[in-house]
Write a protein that binds this ligand. Structure first.
Ligand code: NAD
Length: 512
């Protein structure tokens, strides 16, 4: 089996729903003759009409030549029985997400198509190894996991089960590329790459909501300010709370109830109440209104008796130093700088504004013996845009004057401070650290490569960077320290550090 065996080969797409229609369109546009089959009467023909509409739109926008669109349409043939696809060399299955249904389908289709045909499943969560069980040629079954909408989303996870032939996976990998996609290899494990590594993006926000750390729109604003296209709450509303909850449950069950993936009571309440997000008119937010605006805050002017020091040695400290300079310039002086103090942030007349290291502000205050402590969240994008939402929290011990001054200073440094309850790791830091941790586990367990994880998260869920790119900048020591602090605070399995990540602490070249 080589890649060239599949180029231009006749394709059978089974299941003419959202995904099947998209796959048929992409295959036809890439020059394949495509037979489309669905058990629901008329569904395949309807899908062909839908594809015609999609191609017409592309032609109208000048993105596709009318002749090419007509030729692609001519290649698509709805069929009434599977036997009509006897010559297919590639079968792509996109039927209902049910193991028995998929097994039955492949057992039925296997004797109909050629011995050398590749059997691909678009399952988003079912084990490829399990689907292949009982086939005559299980080595020819592979996962070909597209993302919705198929014509637009570039990523394809090429998933190998225990018995999948390497050449079959490579052929599907090359074929996906020839379809204009960006494939990544994945091992058949719960959630594959994207649906697994993305779990903490939702889970950390749900945990913060459970603790009543902040309102959904505040958490969404902080993560969007860090470069994520959508906040977790608005994204869950878009995906559908029920769908998102089902994926979390699948991963949780499939990992033998690993507490790391434990589903959220908050999410279950919403699902049980039929508050499913956009599709039901209400989830975290009400629609069509969507996110309520953040409250407009008025800050005091930052004040100082004259002793301001920027602490820390990295890019975040550099940014704070530049902005503190700007803030103090009208008074004709600038801050001092201390690079060796072991923390990053600002000291104003002995009160501290500290970059989170995963401890609560109260714990920092108690540890360093300073009552007036506030912590602020990690800046993921540097230089941070002006007015970017930034989570912060005050130590229980802090006096009223510093509580007001801490936000005044953050505002003066160009941020829109978002006060949270005193929660360790705040929003961006804990979420991104957990995404990195999950990716490190996936790599250690052979699910994907580092580059595969980065590509998958950027293309599959539009993350502004990949987990290993973040790690490169942040540094394994700091990420592990933050997770260890969260682990010490919450005590449980959730924040246990990936052995792979801990190992990297000792690789000097990787330190930021
Ligand atoms: P869908 O409900 O839109 O379409 C499924 C189609 O399969 C329906 O038309 C149904 O009539 C047909 N069908 C069911 N059983 C069949 C059978 N035995 N033989 C032939 N046709 C059958 O679902 P979808 O969203 O297109 O999802 C299809 C598959 O793709 C699922 O495995 C799903 O997990 C996966 N997937 C979905 C998405 C997504 O965002 N929707 C993304 C990635 C993967």
């Amino acid at each position: 089996m080589t890649a060239s065996d599949l180029r231009g080969a006749p394709v059978l797409v089974v299941g003419a729903g959202i995904m099947g229609a998209g796959i048929a369109q992409v295959a036809a546009q890439a020059g394949h003759s495509v037979r489309l089959f669905d058990t629901r009467e008329g569904a395949a023909a309807q899908a062909k009409t839908k594809i015609a509409g999609a191609l017409d739109t592309l032609v109208a926008k000048g993105r596709l030549d009318a002749g090419e669109a007509a030729r692609a349409m001519a290649r698509i043939e709805p069929i009434a029985t599977l036997e009509a696809a006897a010559g297919a060399q590639l079968v792509v299955e996109a039927i209902v997400e049910n193991l028995e249904a998929k097994r039955t389908l492949f057992r039925t289709v296997e004797p109909i198509v050629a011995d050398q045909a590749v059997l691909a499943s678009n399952t988003s969560s079912i084990s490829i190894t399990a689907i292949a069980n009982g086939l005559q040629r299980p080595q020819r079954l592979v996962g070909m996991h597209f993302f919705n909408p198929v014509p637009l989303m570039k990523l394809v996870e090429v998933v190998s089960g225990l018995q999948t032939d390497c050449d079959v996976a490579q052929a599907v990998f090359e074929l996906s590329r020839s379809w204009g996609k960006v494939p990544v290899h994945a091992k058949s494990t719960p959630g594959f790459i994207v649906n697994r590594i993305a779990r903490p993006y939702y889970a950390e926000t749900l945990a913060l909501l459970q603790e009543r750390a902040a309102a959904p729109q505040v958490l969404d604003a902080c993560l969007k300010a860090a470069g994520f296209r959508m906040g977790p709450c608005e994204l869950m509303d878009l995906i559908g709370l029920d769908t998102n909850f089902a994926v979390t449950n699948t991963v949780y069950e499939a990992t033998f109830y690993d507490k790391r993936y434990v589903p959220s009571l908050i999410q279950r309440e919403l699902v049980d109440g039929g508050l499913l997000g956009r599709k039901s008119g209400r989830g975290f937010y009400s629609y069509p209104e969507g996110l309520p605006p953040l409250p407009v805050a008025v800050y005091d002017a930052p004040t100082t008796a004259g002793a301001v020091t920027v602490h820390g040695d990295g890019a975040i400290a550099d940014l704070i130093e530049r902005r503190t300079h700007d803030a103090l310039a009208p008074q004709g002086w600038g801050p001092a700088r201390s690079r060796e103090s072991g923390w990053t942030g600002l000291d104003v007349d002995g009160a501290r504004l500290v970059l989170t290291d995963g401890r609560s502000a109260s714990t920092v205050a108690a540890t360093v013996g300073v009552a007036d402590v506030a912590v602020f969240d990690r800046l993921l994008q540097l230089p941070a845009p002006n007015g970017a939402a930034l989570a912060c929290a005050m130590a229980e011990q802090a006096g009223e004057a510093w509580r007001r001054q801490a936000t005044a200073w953050l505002a003066a440094l160009g941020f829109a401070p978002q006060p949270l309850a005193d929660t360790p790791g705040l929003v961006v830091a804990r979420t991104v650290a957990m995404l990195i941790n999950e990716a490190a586990d996936a790599v250690q367990q052979g699910v994907c490569t580092e580059a595969g994880a980065d590509t998958a998260m950027k293309l599959g869920v539009n993350y502004p960077a990949g987990p290993f790119e973040w790690l490169e900048h942040w540094g394994a020591f700091e990420v592990v320290q933050l997770l260890d602090h969260l682990d010490a605070h919450y005590r449980g399995e959730r924040y246990r550090v990936s052995p792979e990540l801990r190992r990297r602490v000792w690789q000097p070249a990787r330190r930021a």
